[in-house]
Design a protein around this ligand. Structure first.
Ligand code: PMP
Length: 353
């Protein structure tokens, strides 16, 4: 730390992203990316756009908003696009939370919520999940705090039904409720249809998972025009060009080929069911996932050891060292072939013990 670092940041604990290793070829099941490449139209659109890189991108992101409006059936004034959904989450903490508007989120959820709460020095509460890693809806009813819920949740993969989300949103009408739907396309129920009914609801989604664009960094938010205007005030006060030309072109093209991505989601869901079954047969406890990952533990091997042994064999999964979940690993669901390789390696590791 330099002598110049502001004292307001000295106790900040930054987010730790999953490993992105280049030392050899891995089967990469650690950061919930899609195993499928972007659709052909995306590749063409990006290479066509490259010759215009000397020009700034459109700060209003018109073509992208128009494409999103068509696919999601939402007015353009109710949508904002950001540099990954991490950026809209950041804006939501910055825009709506302060000492008078503290924050609440689950004790096991997306790690960035706590980082943002720390970054802005916000009072926050971590609401414990149940023993079986579920959100207890009653804990979120009328709590007088801004609420961030990942639905489906991470790293558990468990989804809440839309009726529960609606109860939470309706009972906290004086606070903003952010529903982070990064994984919704793999089996969750989206709350986007509720944004016209509830002025305090912000739904965030991403192109990183189901639309194979993690490297492009494209996320979006759906909410009332008033909440979207607030987010845009911050966007224009920080980086109006937050969506670069290549990403904008990629996003528009991806939305034109939605069928390709829907088919890939089906493949991933099939592959998830295969993986869940196969791990259970090997004695794993696997939570019921509505996402492109599974959260699993096995009494026959320590969570950290399984992670390390798979890593030696060229398979990366995600292990968290937080004591209450250290026996678990979060395993991204890849192609059927990748998951077969995972299962045969896990089997061998267990046999060696
Ligand atoms: N929300 C959740 C629950 C996530 O797991 C992630 C991925 N790390 C994100 C948001 C952010 O994803 P991105 O910035 O790539 O859209």
């Amino acid at each position: 730390m330099s002598a110049f670092f502001s004292s307001k940041h000295t106790s900040l604990v930054p987010y730790v992203p999953g490993e992105q290793l280049n030392d050899k070829k891995y089967i990469k099941l650690n950061t919930n990316e899609s195993p499928f490449p972007p659709s052909p139209g995306v590749l063409e659109a990006v290479s066509g756009e490259a010759s215009r890189l000397m020009l700034y991108p459109d700060p209003d992101c018109k073509p992208l908003l128009s494409a999103l409006s068509k696919v999601y059936g939402v007015d353009e004034s109710c949508i904002v696009v950001t540099n990954g959904s991490d950026e809209i989450l950041n804006f939501a903490f910055l825009a709506f939370c302060d000492d008078e508007h503290p924050v609440a989120f689950a004790n096991h959820t997306y790690g960035f919520y706590k980082v943002f709460a720390g970054l802005y020095n916000l009072p926050y509460e971590e609401i414990p999940l149940t023993e079986d890693f579920r959100i207890r809806v009653e804990d979120y009813i009328g709590i007088n705090k801004n609420i961030f819920i990942a639905n489906p949740n991470a790293p558990t993969g468990i989804a809440l039904p839309l009726s529960d989300i609606e109860r939470i949103v309706a009972s906290n009408s004086d606070n903003v409720v952010v529903i982070d739907e990064a994984y919704v396309d793999f089996g969750g129920e989206s709350a986007v249809g509720l944004i016209n009914k509830y002025k305090n609801l912000l739904v965030t989604q991403t192109f990183s998972k189901s639309r194979s664009l993690a490297g492009g960094r494209l996320g979006m938010g759906f909410a009332s025009p008033e909440l979207i205007a607030d987010i845009n005030t911050l966007r224009y006060s920080t980086n109006p060009y937050n969506i670069n030309r290549l990403t904008m072109a990629a996003g528009v093209a991806a939305l034109e080929e939605d069928g390709y991505y829907k088919d890939n989601c089906k493949k991933i869901i099939d592959s998830r069911e295969y993986t869940t079954d196969a791990l259970r047969k090997l004695g794993f406890d696997v939570l019921e996932s509505s996402t492109n990952f599974v959260f699993a533990k096995c009494d026959r091997i320590d969570g950290g050891e399984l992670y390390a042994r798979l890593r030696e064999r060229g398979i990366l999964i995600r292990h968290f060292t937080k004591p209450s979940i250290e026996q678990y690993n979060r395993i991204t669901v890849g192609t059927k072939e990748q998951m077969e390789a995972l299962i045969s390696n896990v089997k061998e590791i267990l046999e060696e013990k």
